[in-house]
Design a protein around this ligand. Structure first.
Ligand code: NAD
Length: 438
């Protein structure tokens, strides 16, 4: 199969690389000349474990190329995937479809023979039909189908998720499009990964329902964690006991500083907006959005308590700024709420993150960046573990405590325990959903 992939971000690049690894001939297109230049030089513009090796293997095999020339990529393609961003539209929470519709129109202008135009971006219900209309208007004589193929990969584990998905969802209107999609994913289902074929609207809805459900699960345990702190329960034990129930499952049941990232915040807002537009309010999702914001605020209160009520003049070491480990993605990370509150309150913030510094420097003004957690803790009044990178999971806590001016630890990912902190010499320790000490 010949595939064109429009957009070489976290989803487009991983999908393009993995499709080429299936044996398909893939051309990845982006409008950003710096990205294409780096890709042509064998460099991966994002941090995603294993992606550089897999990409270069398939480039060398001649199955994977990069270009800004859309016409070249689309000509002769069996399918063109749209994997551009769908950020939250300013002001109303709706998904911004400008990039998707622009890509659809551009594809229509250069396509000459039958092609399946596949939306991989996360888009509101009804978008694929709109894509069809845009294409028809721009090129009335073109023979084409549209298909919805939402992506479920997680940053940080993207290749594995793409290669071993729980399921592949494909929404189509014709058998012809279903066959093309089946041919593209055949290497997966030969290995028994199921393809769920639906109509367009159901496929679009599956993606939002799945993300809203996961965001709800995280927020639920975060709210339970807040109650645990008041009643003397330990949320780690509670999560374990609850998650062992097969009907619930143990994934997405780890309490933390609130969900963030490039998907959950924008997709929950978009689902709430779709509900409002159809007069079916998504009350659970709307509450989840509100509670998640409160959880992030609660983290700031926790840090304030540890600092005796004021950040002014304090030195705070922040370990981790990306929204989760193994990515350089900072979109909607909890650090974007917490760090400005520290800086705004008069704290001197020394941050370190294995991959987040580049983005972090642009997004978090007033922060001093250091390479190493020990360097950031040196002469600090508080250490905050904000992202559970492996690099921060087995720190020499005694060394850290001894180097600090006042040894206080805010463990917002429950990596350590009150006993670990006490033994290491911390005078104060707080985590999530467990009793700490000050
Ligand atoms: P991204 O911002 O990392 O990448 C989008 C890319 O598209 C950019 O490189 C941009 O330059 C390019 N682009 C935009 N318009 C273009 C055009 N007309 N022609 C060529 N290139 C164009 O976005 P992402 O994180 O990869 O997300 C893409 C979509 O996938 C979103 O809808 C998102 O919700 C969804 N999604 C993301 C994830 C994730 O973990 N990031 C997971 C599942 C689904």
């Amino acid at each position: 199969m010949k595939i064109a992939m429009i957009g070489t971000g976290y989803v487009g690049l991983v999908s393009g690389v993995c499709f080429s690894d299936f044996g398909h001939e893939v051309v990845c297109v982006d409008k950003d000349p710096r990205k294409i230049e780096r890709l042509e030089n064998g460099e991966v513009p994002i941090f995603e474990p294993g992606l550089d090796l897999l990409m270069n293997k398939n480039v060398e095999a001649g199955r994977l190329t990069f270009t800004m020339d859309l016409e070249k990529a689309v000509t002769g393609a069996d399918a063109v995937f749209i994997a551009v961003g769908t950020p939250t539209r300013r002001g109303d929470g709706h998904a911004d479809l400008t990039y998707v519709m622009a890509a659809a129109e551009e594809i229509a202008r250069v396509a000459k023979e039958y092609v399946v135009i596949v939306t991989k971006s996360t888009v509101p219900v009804g978008t694929n039909r709109q894509v069809g209309e845009v294409v028809k208007k721009a090129n009335p004589s073109l023979d084409f189908d549209v298909a919805s193929n939402p992506e479920f990969l997680r940053e940080g584990a993207a290749i594995d998720d793409f290669m071993k998905p729980d399921r592949v969802v494909v929404g189509v209107q014709t058998d012809r499009a279903a066959e093309v999609m089946a041919d593209i994913y055949r290497p997966l289902y030969l290995r028994d990964f199921p393809i769920v074929t639906t109509d367009l609207e159901s496929a679009e809805m599956i993606k939002y329902a799945a993300n809203a459900f996961l965001a709800t699960k995280i927020t639920f345990i975060n709210e339970i964690a807040a109650l645990c702190e008041k009643v003397g329960a330990d949320v780690k034990q509670v999560s374990k006991g609850v998650g062992m129930d097969n009907r619930i499952g143990n994934k997405f049941l780890h309490a933390g500083p609130g969900y963030g990232g490039s998907c959950f915040p924008k997709d929950t807002k978009a689902l709430a907006r779709i509900g409002q537009e159809h007069a079916v309010p998504m009350q659970i999702t709307e509450t989840v959005i509100k509670v998640n914001e409160e959880i992030k605020r609660r983290m700031i209160d926790k840090l304030l308590d540890l600092c005796g009520g004021s950040f002014n003049g304090k030195t705070v070491a922040v370990l981790g700024v990306t929204f989760k480990p193994n990515t350089d993605d900072m979109r909607d990370a909890p650090s974007l709420t917490i760090v400005p509150a520290l800086v705004g309150g008069g704290a001197k913030v020394k941050a370190c993150d294995p991959q987040g510094r580049h983005e972090g420097e642009a997004l978090l003004p007033g922060v001093t960046w250091v390479e190493d957690p020990y360097e950031s803790a040196d002469k600090a009044d508080l250490v905050v573990v904000l992202t559970e990178w492996n690099e921060f999971r087995a720190l020499d806590l005694k060394r850290i405590a001894e180097s600090m001016t006042t040894a206080r630890l805010a463990d917002l990912r429950n990596v350590y325990s009150p006993t670990d902190a006490e033994r290491a010499g911390f005078v104060a320790y707080e985590s999530i959903g467990r009793e700490g000490y000050t």
